[in-house]
Write a protein that binds this ligand. Structure first.
Ligand code: CTP
Ligand code: C5P
Length: 366
């Protein structure tokens, strides 16, 4: 074991359900506190018991966390309450968690043991994103959009709301605030490397909304076709034009960070043109352009957005071997909406109660 931040082995654990850039940002911060990052991921059974059913199964969650660029090792089926035995077993010096509170089903702080032993450090939780919040956005997608047919209303709410329908259950951690994208956050996520002359550049473009395991499978396959992978993200209005309803669920800043968190991605174009042009291919010296097996929507005027790379003989259709799409994911959740609404309400109420108790104890101390 080492006390030295330069050589420390750091432990993180969690559910990492619907892995989002908030999780990735916590892992980024944790890795910066040491040299080697081990991440423990809980089983479906444990999550169901303490929190409610996860959206992704454990095999999917293990794979997603393993693909995040700051993660050195994943421990499958890590216990819900972090113990000193677990830290010792994986030779970790301390555990890192966000500055929110995590509780078991009976309301115990899951980090009380490592906190008492002085082997606990905190990183800053990323405001405005959580699994709870994302599920809330999806639930709202059906409710607000279908009932009111008012896209602006839902988009505004998405950016500034708490997702709870009952204000009395408002939590100071998962129920509030908005994500504020900054250039420094993008820099922190970026590899800051340009393609080398010898690199074979692969370009893909899409929405990559609610980044999921289907996207990861696709990107990893695309990366195998070259050595440097550029992901072009379409702007929110463009995605909305071809996906309709209230898509995208995550805005372009959020989607940028989500994609940048993965090891296989080298660069992101924030707001890529819908049609892949000659200028763009020349600019990035693109050797291969890929799309998965999902349908390609026409560009305005009915043209094929991949006409140019096809004409150059550089277009490849990739079989990701995964049929999950953002729409299927949202459907999966909406089919169980009452379970998730109940889960969100309970989680916020539990956190609000813990926060109230915390404030009360502080007042009593002073
Ligand atoms: N985390 C974070 N910022 C967020 C969300 C999560 O820093 N916006 C951190 C948590 O503090 C924790 C780790 O990510 O250190 C794993 O969190 P997890 O157990 O998956 O729970 P949450 O994502 O916090 O749960 P939920 O999204 O359901 O609120
Ligand atoms: O739908 P979206 O624009 O997010 O998809 C981005 C890219 O990922 C597309 O090329 C799509 O075909 C691909 N994809 C895939 N397999 C999946 C989901 C998406 O190949 N399961």
């Amino acid at each position: 074991m080492s006390e030295d931040g330069e050589t420390a082995r750091v432990w993180c654990d969690g559910c990492y359900d619907m892995v989002h850039f908030g999780h990735a940002n916590s892992l980024r911060q944790a890795k910066a506190m040491g040299k080697y990052l081990v991440v423990g991921v809980h089983t479906d059974e444990e999550i169901t018991m303490h929190k409610g059913p996860p959206v992704f199964n454990e095999q999917e969650r293990y794979r997603m966390v393993r693909a995040i660029k700051w993660v050195d090792e994943v421990v499958e089926g890590a216990p819900y309450v972090t113990t000193l035995e677990t830290l010792d077993k994986y030779d970790c010096d301390f555990c890192v968690h966000g500055d929110d509170i995590t509780m078991t089903a009976d309301g115990t702080d899951t980090y009380h043991i490592v906190k008492n032993a002085g082997r606990y450090k905190e990183c800053k939780r990323t405001q405005g994103v959580s699994t709870t919040n994302l599920v809330g956005r999806m639930l709202m997608l059906s409710k607000e959009h279908l009932q009111r047919g008012d896209r602006e209303y839902a988009v505004d709410r998405r950016c500034s709301q708490d997702m709870s329908s009952d204000p009395s259950t408002k939590s100071p951690w998962t129920g509030v605030s908005q994500f504020l994208p900054t250039t420094s956050k993008i820099l922190q996520f970026s590899n800051r490397t340009e393609p080398k002359k010898t690199d074979k550049v692969v370009y893909v473009a899409g929405a990559f909304d609610l980044f999921h395991i289907g996207h990861l499978d696709f990107l990893e396959k695309a990366k195998e076709l070259g050595t440097y992978l550029i992901v072009g993200l379409h702007t929110d209005p463009v995605v909305n034009r071809y996906k309709g309803f209230n898509y995208p669920i995550m805005n372009i800043h959020e989607r940028t960070l989500s994609v940048l968190a993965y090891r296989c991605v080298d660069e992101v174009v924030i707001g890529a043109p819908y049609a892949v042009t000659k200028e763009m291919m020349d600019h990035f010296n693109v050797a291969v352009v890929c799309h998965g097996q999902t349908p390609v929507s026409e560009d305005l005027g009915g043209t094929d957005p991949y006409a140019e790379p096809k004409q150059q003989g550089k277009f490849v259709t990739v079989d990701s071997g995964n049929t999950l799409t953002t729409e299927i994911l949202v459907e999966r959740i909406l089919a169980r909406r009452f379970d998730y609404e109940e889960r969100n309400r309970k989680k916020e109420a539990k956190e609000a109660a813990a926060y109230e108790a915390f404030v009360k104890s502080k007042q009593e101390q002073s």
